[in-house]
Design a binder for this molecule. Sequence first.
Ligand code: URA
Length: 215
Amino acid sequence: MPVTTDELLELHGRIRACTACPLHATRTQAVPGYGPVTARIMAVGEAPGETEDREGKPFVGAAGRLLTRLLEEVGLDRRDIYITNTLKCRPPGNRDPEQSEVEACSHFLDEQVAMLRPDVILVLGRHALGRLLPGAGTITRLHGQRVRRGTRVYVPLYHPAAALYNASLLETLQQDMRLVRGYLDAAEAERAAVLKAQAQQAISAEPPADQMALF
Ligand code: URA
């Protein structure tokens, strides 16, 4: 059963009220995530930065603007994507997340993934990679690849913040986004083929017209 916007908002409410780790004491506000409950794509970053902590939305600072641009370059609209982070609260001074913080926050991301059941999860940077695909390999090795785990499909990507001032990383990220577009198009074609086959099966299972009169 698909979840409703109300159910997702209820989860966002629990995230905003969370005091499970010390980050709640230094945050301005928690940043649960943003995007439609119907999103087929989910993007997971590291943690809110200063702008996100102030505005309560993920990826709204400089890295977020680059993310928006990278998505648009391959014809994707960020309003169709559910965007969130590994940590929902800003670490002071944007330091790296601590393992205890990742663990305390972990169940929220699990709930978000279980609710949305996205076709693909864009894994932005090494912290999200460590959280979502532990032991799979480094971002340098895995970026741009489709990684299947159970029923989920992940694509690790360099974090947009890393590409802000690094032209060659930016080019790699742009190439990887084109791969993402290809994966999505392939998934869409697969879904259309399944629906067509199901429709054909339903038609051939219908009794012939002369038998219909018996019903
Ligand atoms: N970097 C992140 O990882 N997440 C944000 O929301 C913003 C910057």
